[in-house]
Design a protein. Structure first.
Length: 322
C-alpha cells in the first residue's frame, strides 16, 4: 500500500506506526514538562510518580496499537504549504520554493533556501516514484484532514494523478476525525492535522478508510484546477471545498491575543498564543508575516529588536494613538 501524507511530522509518525505494537513492549525514552500551579518545582517522589504514570501510558499505547504494516519506502510526503502562495501550474515547483522561503523569512536566509530546496526536490522525486508505482497497479491510501495544507494537498494530488487510466491501483482516503475517544486514558484527544497523531493511533484510524471512485478523484482534481485558476494568496477548507480567502483571514485571532497581552510582549508569545488557543492549523511563519503587515500599517510597533539569529524575539507593543 502506498501511503501519502502532507507533513513531515505525519510522515515520520506513520513510518513508526507501521510496526508500532509488534512484539513485547520494551520501553524507551520519553519526556514531560511538569510543575506546580505556582510554578515551583516538583519533588523527586512526585517526579517518580509521574514517570511511572507516563511509562504505564506508553505501555498501554504499545499493547493496544494496531500495526499498519508495510515499509518505510511505501510512505510519501508532500510538505509544500499548498494553502499559501502561488499555485499556478506553470512554474509550480519554483513557486513552491518561493512560498516556503517566504514562510521561513524570519530564519537564516541561507538555511531557509537550503530547506526549501530540499523539500521541493524530495517532493518532486516522491511524486515521480508514486506515479510510477500507482500506474503499475499498487493501491494508494491518502491521509488528510481539514487542516489547510492537508486539505489542499489531497486535491493537488488528485490533480497530479490525472488523467485516470485503467490498470491503475485503487485509491483510499482516510480523513482525520476532529476527536478521538481514549477511554483507557479517561480523555478525548483533539487534532488539527495528522502531524499531531501518535504512532499508536494510526492503525485504529485506518479502519475509517474509504475507497473512492475515479469519478470522485476527477471531481477533487477539478476543484484544484479551479483553485489554480483563482490562485488566491491563501486557501482554506470551507464547507468541504478548497476556497480562496483573504490574507487577513486569521488576523482577528492575532488581534484578540494582542488585546489580551500586556503593554509590551514577545512576538513569539503572541504567535504561540494564536497557535495554541485558536489552532488555525497554519505555519507560524504565516502569522509572522501578518504581524509584520500590522507593523507596516502602524497597528503594531516594535518596542525592542531581538537577536538577529533568533526569530520572533522582538518585543512588540500596540501602536500608541496620536
Amino acid at each position: 500500500m502506498l501511503e501519502v501524507t502532507f507533513s513531515e511530522s505525519a510522515c515520520g509518525s506513520l513510518k513508526v506506526a507501521q510496526h508500532y505494537g509488534e512484539g513485547k513492549y520494551r520501553g524507551g525514552a520519553f519526556g514531560f514538562i511538569a510543575s506546580h500551579k505556582d510554578g515551583s518545582s516538583l519533588s523527586e517522589p512526585e517526579l517518580e510518580r509521574l514517570r511511572r504514570e507516563a511509562d504505564a501510558r506508553a505501555r498501554r499505547a504499545w499493547e493496544q496499537a494496531v500495526p499498519l504494516g508495510g515499509r518505510a519506502a511505501d510512505v510519501f510526503c508532500f510538505d509544500l504549504a499548498l494553502s499559501v502562495g502561488n499555485i499556478a501550474r506553470e512554474g509550480f515547483w519554483e513557486n513552491r520554493r518561493a512560498a516556503l522561503l517566504r514562510l521561513w523569512g524570519a530564519w537564516d536566509a541561507a538555511e531557509g533556501r537550503k530547506e526549501a530546496e530540499r523539500r521541493v526536490r524530495e517532493a518532486q522525486t516522491a511524486l515521480e516514484t508514486l506515479l510510477e508505482r500507482f500506474d503499475a497497479g499498487e493501491d494508494m491510501r491518502v491521509w488528510y484532514s481539514e487542516q489547510p495544507d492537508e486539505f489542499c494537498g489531497l486535491h493537488w494530488l488528485m490533480a497530479a494523478l490525472s488523467p485516470w487510466r485503467d490498470g491503475r491501483g485503487n485509491v483510499f482516503l482516510v480523513k482525520l476525525p476532529a476527536y478521538l475517544d481514549e477511554p483507557e486514558n479517561n480523555c478525548v484527544r483533539g487534532f488539527t492535522g495528522w502531524g499531531e497523531v501518535g504512532p499508536e493511533s494510526w492503525g485504529r484510524l485506518a479502519a475509517g478508510q474509504k475507497a473512492v471512485s475515479p469519478c470522485l478523484c476527477r471531481a477533487l482534481a477539478g476543484i484544484w484546477r479551479a483553485a489554480e485558476e483563482e490562485n488566491a494568496p491563501l486557501r482554506a477548507a470551507l464547507n468541504g471545498h478548497v476556497r480562496g480567502v483573504p490574507e487577513s483571514l486569521y488576523d482577528g485571532w492575532i488581534r484578540r491575543e494582542i488585546a489580551a497581552a500586556p503593554e509590551e510582549f514577545h512576538e513569539a508569545r503572541l504567535i504561540g498564543n494564536v497557535l495554541g488557543k485558536h489552532t488555525p492549523g497554519i505555519f507560524d511563519g504565516w502569522l509572522a508575516l501578518r504581524i509584520e503587515a500590522m507593523v507596516e500599517t502602524g497597528e503594531l510597533a516594535v518596542a525592542r529588536e531581538g537577536e538577529a539569529d533568533r526569530p520572533y524575539r522582538r518585543m512588540m507593543r500596540r501602536a500608541r494613538k496620536a
